[in-house]
Design a protein. Structure first.
Length: 129
């Protein structure tokens, strides 16, 4: 860690929006803005993701805990225990290795900020099929 007098702050304009629909991780129209990309152990990925109504991630796990802060709309986090509704202002932490998916409500979009430590996400077969 650098000495306190060598502190670095980077301000940048809003990151560009990325269309995610052609990636296996997503279902439906999903857009992301990556504010910070983890490139090494100890770093964090910080990303704002917007799901159109009915859009979702595929079922997956992460190598580290993931914290979601819902900033707009309504949706849910689904896991083996069921569907957990999410609304703007909700904060949830998904433990590493816990299979889940994020989804917008059928009639409303959802935007969340995700914070995840460096590592991989792993797609898993849909447990509902």
């Amino acid at each position: 860690m650098p000495p306190r007098d060598e502190f670095f702050v980077r301000f940048r304009p809003e990151p560009p929006e990325i269309e995610c629909g052609d990636q296996p991780m997503f279902r439906g129209r999903v857009r992301a803005r990556i504010a910070r990309q983890a490139r090494a152990t100890g770093e964090l990925t910080v990303m704002a993701t917007t799901f159109d109504p009915g859009a979702s991630t595929a079922w997956h796990t992460h190598d580290s805990d993931q914290t979601l802060v819902v900033t707009a709309g309504t949706g849910a986090l689904e896991d083996e225990q069921g569907v957990h509704p999410l609304h703007a202002g909700d904060v949830v932490t998904v433990p590493r290795g816990h299979w889940h998916r994020h989804l917008a409500a059928a009639t409303d979009s959802m935007t969340h900020l995700s914070v995840t430590a460096h590592g991989q996400h792993h797609l898993i077969p849909d447990p509902q099929s």
